[in-house]
Design a protein around this ligand. Structure first.
Ligand code: GLU
Length: 312
C-alpha cells in the first residue's frame, strides 16, 4: 500500500526534529578525510516506488558512500553468478563480529560469510567480471550510477585518504587469498574495493538507490531495470542480517527494515513495495552506525508502520 506524500513529509519532519535532539557519537577518524566532515550535518531523503522524492535538511550534501557501496557491488555480482554463486563463494550469513574483523575470517576457514563485511566485500569485488582492472572498476561505478540515476563521481580526495591508510584491508585480502576466497589479484581487489567506498553520494542519491530495491529492481525515477527481480530478495535479506554492523539484529528488532550504513555517516533502509529512506549525519556509535541517522530512520519507519514483519 502506497503512503501519501503528505504523511511521508510529516513523518520526515518529526523524525528530523527528533534526531536533532539526539547527541553523541564521533566521526570516523581511522580514514583521515572522514574526520574532517562537519559533524553537525543532518539530512533525510525518501524516494517512493512511484518515483516521488522528498528531502529535508542536508539531504543534498555529498559524502563518502563507504560501506553502503557493498550492497551495490553485491548487486553487480549476484546478477553475474546468481544467489547460489554468491553464497558458495562468499557466504550469506551474519558474522556477529565487527565489519573489518580478521577473527571472523579465521573462525570460518577463511570464508568471509557476508558480502556486507569488509572481507566479503573484497571477495565480492574480486568477482566482478571484466577484462582489465579498469573495466571491473567501471562496472562497479556504473552500477552505482544506474541505481542512483546519475553519474556518481569518485572522490580523489577520499580515495587518496583511504588508499594510503587501508593496511588492515590489505591484510584481510591476503588472508582471503591464502584461503582461496579471493578471486583476483588481492591488491587489485582491495584497490577496487577502496575506490567503490570513495564515491560521493547524497541522501537523495542513497534513497534513490534504495528505492530500486524497494521497487523490485527497477529504478523508479529513470525506469531502468538495474537488478534482476529474483535477486532483490537475497540482497535485502543480507541487508537485514548484516547491514548495520554488530547492531544489525537490534535494528531488525526495533525497526524491521533491511538497511545498510557506512562509516561516512550514511544510512539507507528499504521498505519493499513502498519506499526507501536515507539519512546522513557523520557522528557514529561504537558499532559504526550514524547516531542521528539511526534515530531519524527508526523514528520515521515506526511512525509509518513500515516494518516488513507487520501483517499489513
Ligand atoms: N572503506 C571503509 C573500510 O573499508 C568502509 C567501512 C565501512 O563503511 O564500514 O574500512
Amino acid at each position: 500500500m502506497l503512503i501519501s506524500m503528505n504523511a511521508i513529509s510529516d513523518a520526515m519532519t518529526d523524525a528530523l526534529r527528533f534526531a536533532g535532539t539526539v547527541s553523541g557519537g564521533v566521526n570516523a577518524s581511522y580514514i583521515p578525510y572522514l574526520a574532517s566532515v562537519p559533524s553537525d550535518l543532518l539530512g533525510l531523503a525518501v524516494v517512493t516506488v512511484d518515483g516521488q522524492v522528498a528531502s529535508m535538511g542536508d539531504a543534498d550534501y555529498r559524502f563518502a558512500i563507504e560501506s553502503i557501496s557493498k550492497v551495490f557491488t553485491l548487486c553487480n555480482v549476484i546478477d553475474q553468478i546468481g544467489a547460489d554463486g554468491v553464497q558458495q563463494k562468499v557466504g550469506a550469513d551474519p558474522t556477529g563480529l565487527p565489519f573489518n574483523s580478521v577473527i571472523a575470517l579465521e573462525l570460518h576457514g577463511g570464508k568471509p560469510l557476508s558480502p556486507l563485511v569488509n572481507a566479503g566485500a573484497i571477495a565480492t569485488a574480486s568477482l566482478v567480471e571484466g577484462e582489465t582492472p579498469d573495466r571491473r572498476w567501471n562496472a562497479i561505478l556504473n552500477t552505482q550510477s544506474r541505481f542512483a540515476g546519475r553519474a556518481i563521481p569518485l572522490s580523489d580526495e577520499v580515495n587518496q585518504s583511504e588508499q594510503t591508510t587501508n593496511f588492515h584491508n590489505r591484510a584481510i585480502a591476503w588472508l582471503l587469498y591464502s584461503a582461496g576466497a579471493c578471486y583476483s589479484d588481492p591488491m587489485e581487489a582491495v584497490d577496487i574495493y577502496t575506490r567503490q567506498c570513495s564515491t560521493l553520494v547524497s541522501a537523495v542519491d542513497l534513497a534513490t538507490m534504495g528505492a530500486c530495491l524497494a521497487n523490485g529492481g527497477v529504478n523508479p525515477v529513470t525506469q531502468e531495470r538495474v537488478l534482476a527481480e529474483k535477486h532483490v530478495q537475497p540482497v535485502l535479506a543480507e541487508m537485514m542480517m548484516e547491514g548495520l554492523y554488530t547492531s544489525s539484529g537490534d535494528f531488525a528488532y526495533q525497526v524491521g527494515l533491511p538497511g545498510k550504513s557506512g562509516v561516512g555517516g550514511g544510512l539507507l533502509a528499504v521498505a519493499p513495495g513502498r519506499l526507501a529512506v536515507a539519512a546522513f549525519s557523520p557522528p557514529l556509535d561504537e558499532a559504526g552506525n550514524s547516531v542521528r541517522g539511526v534515530a531519524a530512520v527508526s523514528h520515521f519507519a515506526r511512525a509509518l508502520g513500515l516494518s516488513v514483519f507487520a501483517h499489513r
